[in-house]
Design a protein around this ligand. Structure first.
Ligand code: TRP
Length: 76
């Protein structure tokens, strides 16, 4: 795996409501959903970008922490 495409940083997603979806999108020319994880309120997911995952889409209210800072996608 090239160090250009990913690093070892983890990001943290904490669900602020039931049914938050964390969707992993594939790396490469074909960008598609490959994994969907459902979190209920208070559940936390800790993940990384990998050889297989280049982007993550988060649906629902969540607190998101990355090396770039913390954000809250509360606005609906
Ligand atoms: N099998 C996936 C991978 O190695 C697991 C994964 C890693 C993932 N990071 C993710 C799934 C972020 C969803 C969101 O890439």
């Amino acid at each position: 795996m090239s160090s250009n495409t990913s690093n070892n940083d983890f990001f943290v997603i904490k669900a602020l409501e039931d049914g938050v979806n964390v969707i992993g999108l594939t790396r490469g020319t074909d960008t598609r959903f490959h994994h969907s994880e459902k979190l209920d309120k208070g559940e936390v997911m800790i993940a990384q970008f990998t050889e297989h995952t280049s982007a993550v889409k988060i649906r629902g209210k969540a607190l998101i922490q990355t090396s770039h800072g913390e954000m809250n996608n509360e606005a609906e």
